[in-house]
Design a binder for this molecule. Structure first.
Ligand code: SF4
Length: 414
């Protein structure tokens, strides 16, 4: 009958988007189009012990954890986030923590089922789980793979026993090597983290360790400088002069060494601390840095969602038990949900985008801020070798600018 559209024939925009996104890895990394996708972040807030440098939202519970209670609460909060986000095609899923490798594989599978039931999840999208290399946790790798995880990101942190001990890690070098080998066998994609600028670390020792890491790595490494965070045991020790870390000059030398060694071995930095062979970049983290939307679920998770009221910033209760109670009472654990003004969004876009080697789209920034970047400030930063333009449309930090990223962002922000 004329005038009626056959529903079976009608194009479904979500299905078309899902098909395009399921091809994401076959086609390599898509360029930044200003539409970075929709990511789902799930925070597991428990660790077996607290590392003395860590200020993440992680908690130790010696009495054990009722994982079924957390599955039920994750399900409820996922449904609450769906009400805010509307229908979406998911571009990546990430289990972060804390230590998600303390989850039973059945818990991971149940939470992934809930995500699949809530949004469209194209086949083959990146699903990452952060893991620690202790043998017990590595023993669960096959279970995570069966649950649908296709990428693991491991907190190796150092490749020698002395430094692992100093960092308060529960694994040793032998366990780290075994876990790396196992992860490479089981998961299509894997990455591991190392911390550098450690006490007593020389450039020579770091270079040797980094080269060994590259020889062990698949196609992605996260390399973070040790930072002394207020409120941690390391902060107290550092203040008392009992923990000496490399000074600014040595830290800069170690950073530059990291860049040159990784670059020479085909793992250039695509973000200030993240290195990958081209095409192996973390799609999930790129969604943050390209300033896309993400649902942050679980205790202490942050999110950014585009809603009918505008782009909102969400945060949930940090203490696991408070979050559980809140979800039981209200259906979600959100403690903050704030509409972001366009100038705040412009600042966030800049803060995130300048971390990336691909830089920031100036047109997108101008559309949000309502004006152009201050020409004098831009010229000053270019003259001092801190930023550079990429054609007419993008700017990025130079390697020198990356060393003082916060100052560069503060100088340019609205
Ligand atoms: S395992 Fe990771 S999240 Fe847990 S305390 Fe150590 S550094 Fe923090």
């Amino acid at each position: 009958m004329s005038g009626l559209v056959d529903q079976a024939e009608a194009p479904d925009p979500l299905a078309a988007m899902a098909k395009a996104r399921s091809n994401a890895f076959k086609d390599g990394l898509a360029p930044d189009t200003g539409k970075p996708g929709f990511a789902v972040y799930l925070h597991w807030p428990f660790c077996a012990a607290k590392c003395p440098y860590c200020d993440f939202n992680s908690h130790v519970r010696h009495e054990g954890i009722d994982q079924q209670a957390y599955i039920d609460a994750f399900r409820a909060e996922i449904a609450a986030m769906r009400k805010l986000s509307g229908p979406q095609v998911v571009t990546s899923i990430f289990f972060g923590g804390g230590t998600p490798s303390l989850m039973h594989p059945e818990t991971v599978a149940a939470i992934l089922d809930a995500v699949h039931e809530t949004w469209v999840v194209p086949e083959g999208i990146e699903i990452t789980l952060e893991a620690n290399p202790s043998s017990v946790e590595a023993g669960r790798f096959r279970g995570y793979r069966a649950a649908g995880v296709n990428r693991v990101s491991m907190g190796v942190q150092a490749l020698n026993d002395r430094d692992l001990k100093r960092l308060g890690r529960l694994h040793d070098r032998a366990e780290a090597l075994r876990a790396i080998g196992l992860a490479r066998d089981i998961f299509p994609r894997m990455s591991f983290d190392l911390i550098y600028a450690r006490p007593d670390q020389t450039p020579h020792a770091w270079e040797a360790e980094l080269k060994e890491a590259i020889s062990l790595a698949a196609d992605h490494l996260s390399l973070y400088q040790l930072t002394i965070e207020e409120g941690t045991p390391f902060y107290g020790l550092h203040k008392a002069g009992k923990l000496i870390v490399p000074d600014g000059d040595l830290s800069a030398e170690l950073y530059e060494l990291t860049q040159s060694v990784c670059e020479a071995h085909g793992l250039p930095a695509y973000e200030v601390s993240n290195h990958a062979r081209p095409g192996a970049e973390s799609r999930h983290n790129l969604t943050y840095w390209r300033y896309g939307d993400y649902a942050g679920i679980g205790p202490g998770a942050h999110g950014r969602l585009t809603t009918s009221a505008g782009k909102i910033a969400t945060a949930t209760e940090r203490t696991p038990e408070t979050w559980l109670t809140s979800v039981a009472d209200r259906g979600h654990g959100m403690s903050e949900s704030e509409v972001l003004g366009t100038s705040e969004q412009a600042d966030e876009l800049l803060l995130m985008g300048l971390r990336l080697r691909e830089g920031v789209d100036l047109g997108r920034w101008q559309a949000l801020s309502g004006h152009r970047l201050d020409a004098e400030r831009v010229e000053f930063l270019i003259d001092h070798g801190m930023i550079e333009t990429m054609g007419k449309d993008r700017i990025r930090c130079t390697p020198q600018g990356m060393l003082v990223l916060d100052a560069v962002v503060a100088d340019l922000a609205t």
